[in-house]
Write a protein of this length. Structure first.
Length: 113
């Protein structure tokens, strides 16, 4: 009898436990001259340079810097700075400035789509 009460109480408490939060939405960044695209999701950092094969790296633990987020992998490093950014090709405004280093090559652009 005590066992069935303990199971019922445990099941009732489990039903009240908070659900884990949903995964964060993917983060997008873009750049021009040359055109590039960066996608950060819960699994991978994917950098695509126009005319080249994508570079994928597992998403590392984010480093919260004083101005934004930092991601560091063996091939891709990303520095996101929260501050208004214009891509220089349109009137569109983005919430972040993004600097990306891929295999030693530097790229600057905007993000937060």
């Amino acid at each position: 009898m005590k066992t069935s009460i303990a199971i019922a109480v445990g099941a009732g408490l489990a039903a009240c436990a908070p659900l884990p939060p949903p995964p964060p939405p993917p983060y997008h960044a873009v750049g021009t001259e040359p055109f590039w695209n960066l996608l950060i999701d819960e699994h991978n950092l994917t950098f695509t340079l126009a005319g080249s094969q994508p570079v994928l790296q597992p998403t590392p633990r984010v480093i919260h810097g004083f101005a934004g987020e930092i991601y560091q992998t063996p091939r891709i490093n990303v520095n996101i700075v929260h501050g208004t950014c214009s891509d220089g090709m349109s009137d569109r405004s983005y919430p972040d400035k993004v600097q990306v280093s891929v295999d030693g090559h530097q790229f600057s652009g905007c993000g937060g789509l």
